[in-house]
Structures are given as C-alpha cells and as structure tokens.
Design a protein around this ligand. Structure first.
Ligand SMILES: [Zn+2]
Length: 599
C-alpha cells in the first residue's frame, strides 16, 4: 500500500509561515487532485482553511510542474509519473484551538488547516516529518502530540505516522518550550503540556485531573479494572492573559486558558477561575467517548467539504456539558454547594435568553452552522444554546430516569458506548430517544417532544425538589449577577430589557422588552438615562429604585444621530437562579440526592 508523506517546518516564525509538503507516489494520471477541509470536527462552522494558503507549488521527482486551483478548496497538479509533491506556504497566526499559530514562542497546528488530502487516497497510511525552525533560539523546543512515533523520540522532532487521513488530522501538534507534567488514570499515561508564561502548580493540576479522568474511565468502563479507549492522552494547554477555548480529539485536547485560572502553588482552594479550567478539561476529556467514538451517523465519515447535519448535538455537547461539572463532584474534587452553584448558573444563563422559546435544542443542533456559531445582536432572541440548555435537558433526563428507579443517564451513556462507541457504528437520528424510552418506559412520556424537539423549559424546579434541593429565582442585575448563589446586592424592581456593553452600546435588545417597545435598538449608544449621563452603574441603580410602569427618557446615539426614547419600564423577570440543599429533606429525597451527587 502507498504512504502519503507530509513534512512540516515552521519556515518563518516572524512572518508566521509554515511550509507544508505532501508527497505521493503513483499520482492520478489525469492530474492528481488535492483537497483541504473547510471545517474541523468539533467546531461546526465552515471556516475555509484554504484562505490561509498563501502560495502553492508542485514538483514531480524534483522538477517543477504546474498546479492549478479547481475550487476554493481543491488544487490539481499537472499529470506526472513517479511522485508528486505539493509545497504550500501557510499563514498561521490564529490564537485559537481550531487552526494554526506560529511565532518565536511556539508553533501549533491542527491537521485540517495544513494537511492537503490527495483525493482518493484518504484511506492510505500517512507519515509526517516534523522539523524545528532553523536559527538560534529554538534549541529548547520539544514536540507535544499524540501522533504515533515512526522514529521520533519522546517529545522529539522527527517522523510520526497515522493509519489514514482521518487519524492524521485528529492529533494537533504543539512545538515549543512547554512545561510538562503527567499522571496515570486507568493505567494509562496522561500528560499535561503547558505553553505560554505561567507559574502554575502542575502537580496539583495533575492530581485533580487524575481523579476526574479516573471517574470518567470508570463510568464507561466499569470499575475497578477499566481502561480508557486510548493508550495515552495529552492535555495541551496554552496559557494566555485573556482567552478561553477547547477542542476535543481522539486522544488529546487543545485548551486555551487564562494563566490566572491555573492553580497557584501553596493554595488548596478551588477559585472560580480554576473551577472553570477543570470544567473545561473535564468537558473535552468526556468527549473522548461522547462524540469522538460515540458519533452521530451524520459524521460517519466526516464530509469536511460541506456541512454535516444532525439534530443530536444537544446530546453530544449538552450531555457532555452536564457531565463535565458532574464529574467534578462525583470524583470528589468539589463539594455539593459548589456543584449547585454551577448548575444554578447554567439555569440562569438559559432563563435570560428568550430564544429558548423560539428554537428547540434539536433545531439549534441542526442549524449550528449558520446560527449558534454565527451569533449576532439578535441571537439571544432567536437561538438557544444546545450546550447550556442541552446540559439542563440532560440533567432533567438523568433525574427523571433516577426518579423512576429504573435507570440513570449513566446507563444511557454506557448503552451508547456499547452499541455505537465500541463498534464504531454511527448513532442514527432518534436512537438516543429510543434508548431512553427503552430504559425509562412510561416515566419518559413526552419528554423528548417537549424539551428536545419542543421549546419547553426543562422541568428542573419540580425534579430538584424531589432530590432534596430547593430552586429559588430572583430578578438579576444587568450582567454582573451570574446567579448560582444568593446575591448581596438588591434586586431590581424594574426592567429595561437590554444588555449594555462597557462602551454603553446596547449589545442586545430583548424581544418584547420595554427597550424594544420604546424603539431602542442594538448598537444604540446610551448618552443619558432619566436626564443624567449614562453609566452602567447608574442604570443598574435606577432599575433598583424605579417601579414597573414608571416612564423614563433615554437619550442615545443611533449611528451618529441623537435620539430620545420614552420608555415605560416593566417588571423585572425572575431570571436568576440559585439552588440550596434542603436542610430537612424526606428520607427518600435524601437518598436520591446522595445517589445522584455521590454515586
Ligand atoms: Zn464540547
């Protein structure tokens, strides 16, 4: 069988340019076509990676041959005998987990944005030779990737291999002077590689992640001798001043984290920042099963030339979002109060967006490509997050199954793993609904019609009460109050129905709100509220002392024109949630709560 041979060199770190070569033998006699993906699995937006291919040329047996573009993402080399090499210069300066980045501090890439696929040869094995940048200053660079070595030493430059193109592009590569830590979970070595300036307590991070990973391995594998579905795993983290992101891969994840979210030496508490990082790492690790191996049938195989449509992202992202935090409490990393705070915040996030009554999580999954990933000023009115509402639907499903006494969402996941994950068969549309109905029987009723394919709010208030948890709602203050715990600041008496940015521009105007009825629009810039110069603080204070039904004047610029709006304030909606353990739950509720949160 033929092998496709790639070669990657960070050619010019200061110009942010990689040179990537792709060589094949016995090319198509009609002229070999090469295609670049338009999207990367896990991030459902057409990104047109070919935009960053700044120069492409071709050679056959060392002699230049012509190569021409046939489509935005396709090149065809002139007919040639022997071998053909395509040599591309790729601009890489995107500080995200989705494409590629190169400067003097690090080189990073995801396969879909740099590796051309020779058409018709995607199933053939590949090798990749990784070369360090030339020049001084790079001697301390190493390689972090879960590509299999084909000669390269541990963390070394040299040759790696993949059994086909799909595998090749699912192992991002970090080349830099990163810090390294490791731990074992499920008898498998896990590594943490952190690039960027940071002073984190890596042992602490390794210790906490080990507990979370082991819990997830046991969930799917059945303790005590369960193993994960990979031989090694890598958490590749880029520490930055401000940023957030993660992308899952089959045996690694790339994360972007604020350096102040990494744990500090000598501190044992888990602050909000570190909790955020642990939740993100837990989320991406859970994807090793749920979406990387248990996959929607629509992704079997991925068609990276166009959108892949499924109504099931609410399950792949929503269930993962539910289990990311649940794994933290079930593994003992956080306590009950902390977990309930996180759940209360997720409920708050969903309650604040009227789009939850417009779009179902099934429809949000299907239209992720044009809506969830392309949000604008109207998104809160028209779009629901299949992540956050999906996590609440997953929680409600778990509690509904547990209350029936017949099963839990853990069982649903284990069945999905056995039927579709281990076997590598795609999950057909509707299969999850069927598994849940099979397990829950009458207790499930019209759950899917209402909460997944319909737009009803997940019935968490009622369910949580039966698990010994009280659900309290109050009116929240603009932006500052994320919910999750009792607030010390006074609740507003009235509501304007906008989100205001630091620059006093309206980011969103909510459907049916007083602001919308008065004619205010997104991007209007507040000048004065009730005759006084506008500030976020003064607006919040006004709403805490002014009652619903009162009228105020708002002056604002629309484009460059000053306008005046006569606003009649409405009652502040109860959109901010916190959850508390009932002090004296019934015996049954206490038992259910214990089993749910502590297994
Ligand atoms: Zn995810």
């Amino acid at each position: 069988m033929h092998t496709t041979r790639y070669h990657v060199v960070p050619l010019d770190p200061d110009a942010h340019v990689f040179e990537v070569r792709c060589t094949i033998d016995d090319p198509d006699p009609a002229g070999q076509r090469f295609r670049l993906p338009t999207w990367i699995p896990g991030s459902y937006l057409i990104r047109e990676f070919a935009r960053q291919f700044v120069h492409v040329r071709a050679e056959s047996n060392g002699t230049a041959i012509s190569i021409a573009k046939e489509a935005k993402d396709v090149w065809r080399a002139a007919p040639a005998a022997g071998s053909v090499t395509v040599i591309a210069r790729v601009y890489a300066f995107d500080l995200s987990v989705r494409t590629a980045y190169l400067d003097r501090t690090r080189a990073y890439f995801n396969g879909p944005s740099v590796f051309l696929a020779p058409e018709g040869r995607e199933r053939e094995p590949c090798t990749v030779e990784l070369q360090p940048p030339s020049g001084s200053g790079f001697a301390s660079w190493r390689v972090a990737t879960t590509l299999e070595s084909a000669g390269a030493g541990a963390h070394g430059f040299g040759v790696y291999r993949a059994s086909d193109y799909d595998e090749l592009i699912d192992h991002p590569v970090e080349m830099s002077d990163f810090a390294l830590a490791s731990f074992a979970a499920g008898e498998v070595r896990h590594e943490i590689a952190i690039s960027g300036k940071q002073h984190a307590d890596l042992e602490r991070l390794a210790r906490d992640l080990a507990r979370v990973c082991q819990w997830q391995i046991d969930l799917f594998g059945g303790a005590p001798h369960s193993r994960p579905p990979f031989d090694r795993y890598l958490f590749q983290i880029t520490a930055v001043g401000d940023g957030y992101g993660g992308l899952e891969h089959r045996s690694s994840t790339s994360l972007i984290s604020r350096r102040d979210e990494l744990p500090l030496p000598g501190r044992s508490e888990i602050d909000d920042g570190y909790l955020n990082l642990l939740g993100l790492a837990s989320h991406e690790y859970f994807h090793s099963w749920n979406v990387k191996r248990i996959k929607p049938a629509a992704f079997m195989p991925y068609d990276l030339a166009r959108e892949g449509y499924t109504r099931q992202l609410w399950a792949f992202e929503g269930m993962t979002s539910y289990y990311d935090d649940l794994a933290l409490i079930r593994s003992g990393v956080i306590n009950d109060a902390r977990y309930l705070e996180l759940l209360g915040r997720a409920i708050t996030q969903v309650l604040r967006n009227p789009g939850r009554h417009v779009q179902s999580v099934g429809d949000s999954s299907f239209d992720a490509w044009i809506k969830f990933y392309r949000q604008d000023e109207n998104s809160p009115n028209a779009v629901v997050s299949y992540y956050v509402k999906g996590s609440l639907v997953a929680a409600a499903l778990d509690l509904t199954l547990r209350r029936s006494g017949r099963a839990s969402l853990d069982d649903v996941l284990r069945i999905l793993w056995q039927r579709y994950g281990r076997t590598g068969i795609g999950v057909p549309e509707g299969a999850i609904d069927a598994i849940v109905a099979e397990l829950g029987g009458d207790a499930i009723g019209d759950f899917f019609a209402r909460y997944v394919h319909g737009t009803d709010d997940a019935p968490l208030e009622m369910l949580l009460r039966e698990f010994g948890i009280d659900y309290t709602l109050r009116a929240g203050v603009n932006g500052a109050d994320r919910g999750g715990k009792p607030s010390s600041s006074p609740s507003p008496l009235s509501w304007l129905g906008t989100r205001v940015g630091k620059d006093l521009a309206l980011q969103h105007v909510m459907t049916g709100s007083p602001a919308e009825r008065a004619g205010l629009a997104a991007r209007d810039v507040l000048v004065a509220v009730d005759g006084v110069r506008a500030s976020i603080d003064s607006l919040d204070k006004l709403l805490t002392r002014t009652r619903a039904g009162e009228r105020i004047a708002i002056h604002a610029f629309r484009r460059d024109e000053l306008m005046c709006f006569d606003v009649t304030l409405a009652e502040a909606p109860l959109d901010t949630c916190f959850l508390t353990l009932q002090a004296d739950p019934s015996h049954e509720a206490a038992l259910r709560r214990q089993r749910w949160l502590h297994g």
